[in-house]
Design a protein around this ligand. Structure first.
Ligand SMILES: [Zn+2]
Length: 218
């Protein structure tokens, strides 16, 4: 099954191995490899010679777009600060825990609204929608499964995201069960999540407040 995925932009054409120059146009292709999407970045001549016909005459890539290579930016000078939507999403992808699927999806939507992410379309390999985003600055490709949130889950998910942004990944969030999740009787009980210790502080909106996903009234 295909899940969370980040793939960096290549610094060279992956067909002819010539390094990309700054501002050089290149093509990104995604191949469905069943367990993951394989990204391939190729230069314009290789695209024309080897791949531009691929979609029609062989089972090739499932998604393709063109962009311009940008020389990697210098590392940001400031030290790691508070969790942002982006740092938090990267941690969630690394965890690859389905319990965080809803929170990760909301974070991806936030990053698209902030123009950190550019939407590159969607694919639906096994009746499950995946959104494809490209990081505007680094060129990384994120594939994000759509958790198919129900309206009744939105409040809880947005509270989880706000808490994660405020406090990071510890303590673990109370996961929103996926739709139709079966209760597994007979397996060993999961340890109860520890309650927040200390007096609970009033909820202050984080600078990275999650977007409202409620439909507009009226
Ligand atoms: Zn090439």
């Amino acid at each position: 099954m295909i899940d969370w995925n980040i793939q960096s932009r290549s610094a060279a054409c992956q067909a002819c191995n010539r390094p990309f120059a700054d501002r050089q146009p290149f093509h990104t292709l995604l191949f469905d490899q069943k367990s993951a999407y394989q990204r391939l970045d190729v230069c314009e001549p290789c695209w024309t010679a080897q791949f531009s016909q691929g979609a029609s005459d062989r089972k090739g890539f499932v998604s393709h777009w063109q962009s311009e290579f940008a020389a990697p930016p210098p590392a940001p000078p400031e030290p790691i600060q508070k969790e942002t939507a982006e740092t938090l999403l990267r941690k969630l992808v690394a965890l690859n825990d389905p319990n965080y699927a809803a929170a990760g999806y909301v974070l991806a939507v936030m990053l698209e609204r902030k123009r950190v992410f550019k939407a590159k379309g969607q694919i639906q390999p096994d009746n499950r929608r995946h959104l494809i985003y490209e990081h505007a600055r680094t060129g990384e490709v994120f594939t994000v499964p759509d958790p198919e949130l129900r309206l009744s889950q939105l409040d809880a998910v947005q509270r989880d995201v706000a808490r994660l942004l405020e406090h990071g990944l510890n303590p673990p969030l109370a996961a929103v069960p996926p739709p139709g999740a079966a209760t597994d009787i007979g397996t060993k009980p999961t340890p109860a999540a520890p309650e927040d210790s200390g007096p609970s502080s009033p909820t202050t909106p984080a600078p990275d407040a999650p977007p409202s996903l409620q439909p507009p009234a009226g």
